[in-house]
Design a protein around this ligand. Structure first.
Ligand code: APR
Length: 235
């Protein structure tokens, strides 16, 4: 049985109209990481941090999944036991395309959830502003926070990713600059690898990939899913 891991980043949602982080006019050009996405920012900058994620929720409310999200959900549902879907994205484009909760892992958290800073209870907030939703945790009275992994914080789902990478045969990387996760290293762990980005990234050595496609994800995805399907059927 072939095992395929799909890892996406902000680039896959770019054509849905959601800003990436590091492309020109990306989120980190207009906001400081240390103000709203760094360990401790809730202690020194709580309002700005809440406002930033409230704005992200409002931004994605009417955004729609694109062809790349849809084809990935389709192929995952066709081969549920062969394909593992991981995303660094905190948006809900895969969910809007029909993926179920247990079919995807959000490595960096999920905008539509908030959690208690004390007891970790999770709440489904949808697209609401945090302050309009609840003041404090109903279980323990603790303060609430976006369910997002800030820089410097533990990312518990990385353990799952590392575990699956070790037994993976094909990795498919779509829409990430690799400034956070080292996809060049991942490509060296597996037999076959595909990279799809809009353009080369300084943080990726694409010579380690079996197949490299520099094109918008919506244009590349049919070729990618055909490759995955052929790979699964023939391994
Ligand atoms: N199709 C494919 N790739 C695209 C497209 C597109 N239409 N548009 C942009 N890209 C690519 C760019 O070429 C770039 O390599 O998407 C990548 C976006 O990179 P980043 O903005 O750095 O996003 P990402 O790699 O997902 O960021 C990783 O950093 O800020 C943190 O936690 C945040 O999850 C995020 C992590």
């Amino acid at each position: 049985m072939a095992k395929v891991l799909i890892l996406s980043g902000a680039g896959i949602s770019a054509e849905s109209g959601i800003s990436t982080f590091r492309d020109s006019d990306g989120l980190w050009e207009n906001h400081k990481i240390e103000d709203v996405c760094t360990v401790g920012c809730l202690d020194v900058n709580e309002e700005a941090t809440k406002n930033f994620y409230d704005a992200r929720r409002a931004d994605i409310k009417d955004k729609k999944p694109n062809y790349a999200h849809k084809l990935i959900v389709q192929i995952k549902q066709k081969y549920p036991n062969d394909i593992y879907v991981f995303t660094q994205n905190i948006d809900d484009m895969f969910e809007k395309a029909g993926i179920k909760k247990n079919e995807i892992i959000h490595l960096h958290g999920y905008l539509l959830e908030i959690r208690c800073r004390k007891c970790e209870k999770l709440y489904e907030i949808g697209y609401q502003k945090q302050d309009d939703f609840l003041d404090d945790c109903i279980s323990c009275g603790g303060k609430l926070r976006p369910h997002i992994v800030f820089f410097g914080e533990n990312a518990p789902m990385y353990e799952v990713l590392n575990y699956e990478l070790n037994t993976c045969d094909l990795i498919v990387v779509i829409g990430t600059s690799s400034n956070v996760l080292d996809v060049t290293y991942f490509a060296q762990l597996v037999d076959k690898s595909i990279l799809n980005n809009l353009e080369p990234s300084d943080a990726i050595d694409d010579t380690y990939f079996t197949k490299v496609i520099y094109a918008p994800a919506t244009q590349a995805i049919a070729e990618i899913t055909e490759y995955i399907e052929y790979f699964i059927e023939n391994n």
